[in-house]
Design a protein around this ligand. Structure first.
Ligand code: ZN
Ligand code: ZN
Length: 266
């Protein structure tokens, strides 16, 4: 397999007799996607068998190695699209850009929507949507992930917070979650009981940064406020339980950056 990696695109073009027709490329792409689906869901298949079937059918004039290299072209195109590729077909590194563009164009018309959920994202909300979609499927193949994840910089809005409000609310709670009345689960790096301060009406919905809108919560209760199916009921219950809190009038969320990111931000 690694030997094929060294193969240059000029060798690929001269290999066999003539350039691949669109019909040939389409059959290779379709066979590839079929194998990739099986691999992603953890089902077994034989690359050699599918290679043989292709050469007994639509790719009758091609050699086994030529078909393999074409599969590596497809891996390279998928790699470019940041989509998963078949582990056994390492992306051909020296594939020419024209060939890559051609393979990408073919892939896009060959039903690769099922791969979109795998494309990495720096958007927290988009990530959750993708995760939810993938959790509906059987994730058979252990993902490669990324040794050194890329970064993306974009402007974010951060609220200026009053340290006295946070300190006062934490001191008042004195190590006990104001929602579930459980003790803080551990001591923080400052040696004090670890609780998180949550704004019941989010700052992004124009909630105030005041003690009447801030509660000290254990991490579980804090997450519940943001992620639970019953988060609205849970938050309403906080207003009833904690007399200090005053219900504020919500306004629409201004931007996606305002949504929960840091546990103690909102
Ligand atoms: Zn709690
Ligand atoms: Zn919060």
């Amino acid at each position: 397999m690694t030997g094929l990696l060294q193969m240059s695109i000029s060798q690929d073009l001269t290999q066999g007799s003539q350039a691949w027709s669109d019909a040939e490329l389409v059959s290779a792409v379709q066979a590839y996607l079929h194998m990739l689906r099986l691999e992603l869901s953890g089902d077994s298949y034989s690359k050699a068998e599918i290679n043989r079937q292709l050469r007994e059918g639509p790719l009758a004039t091609r050699t086994k190695a030529s078909v393999e290299f074409r599969m590596q072209n497809i891996s390279a195109a998928l790699y470019e699209l940041k989509m998963p590729w078949i582990t056994g077909y390492l992306p051909a590194r020296n594939i020419g850009s024209a060939v890559k563009e051609k393979m990408i164009a073919l892939l896009k018309t060959s039903g690769i929507d099922f791969l979109k959920a795998y494309v990495p994202t720096s958007h927290v909300e988009a990530l959750d949507v993708k995760v939810a979609e993938l959790r509906q499927r059987h994730m058979g193949k252990r993902p490669l992930g990324s040794i050194r994840p890329a970064t993306e910089t974009r402007s974010t809005t951060t609220y200026v917070r009053d340290p006295a409000v946070k300190a006062w609310v934490l001191q008042l709670a004195s190590g006990v979650c104001e929602a579930c009345d459980c003790k803080a689960p551990f001591l923080g790096q400052d040696g004090l009981p670890y609780l998180e301060v949550h704004h019941v009406m989010p700052l992004s919905s124009h909630g105030s940064d005041t003690p009447s809108n801030a509660v000290a919560l254990c991490p579980n209760c804090h997450r519940r406020c943001h992620y639970a199916y019953d988060r609205d009921e849970f938050k309403l219950a906080l207003y009833e339980k904690i007399p200090r809190l005053v219900l504020e009038v919500p306004e629409p969320i201004q931007s996606e950056t305002d949504v929960f990111i840091e546990p103690d931000v909102s």
